[in-house]
Design a protein around this ligand. Structure first.
Ligand SMILES: [Cu+2]
Length: 150
């Protein structure tokens, strides 16, 4: 039986240690890359238009599109897409979609989406607005129009 020398023993221990270090480093790299990939995917993935008739994007700059259309007696589902982050000092990144005359009042949190469904009962042009950011309801940017036709 071959006697393992002290030098050989030390060499083997060192080799085992460096293998362990490589495994730990590899695992860390996988975690970091995975996280980066997930964040990129979240930032650029298209937001699904889940069963909504219209999609409105809300940011501090306003509503996009600012004008939407609906029919009397037909329910309309709007998907509010909020791209602002919670780090906005003004309202914490929240936005609102309100139409006083129709009793609609929805809020959408930062970096999230919200569905709002209602049925307009009369023809006309209704104003929708956000009252939780940018100087509130009186701000000209956070306003839009809903045109209801027969
Ligand atoms: Cu707003």
């Amino acid at each position: 039986m071959a006697q393992v020398t002290k030098t050989e023993q030390k060499r083997r221990i060192r080799a085992a240690r460096s293998r362990r270090r490589a495994v730990v480093f590899g695992a860390l790299a996988v975690v970091v890359l995975g996280l980066a990939g997930y964040l990129l995917w979240r930032a650029f993935a298209p937001v699904p238009t889940a069963a909504a008739d219209v999609r409105i994007q809300t940011t501090m700059e306003g509503f996009t599109p600012p004008v939407i259309r609906a029919k009397v007696g037909q329910p309309i589902t709007i998907q509010l897409v909020n791209r602002d982050s919670q780090f906005h000092s003004d309202g914490g990144g929240w936005h609102q979609f309100a139409i006083e005359e129709l009793g609609v009042n929805a809020k959408v949190g930062p970096e999230s989406t919200q569905l709002v469904t209602f049925t307009p009962t009369r023809e006309g042009t209704y104003e929708f607005y956000c009252d939780v950011c940018c100087g509130g309801k009186e701000s000209p940017s956070m306003r839009g129009k809903l045109e209801v036709s027969a």
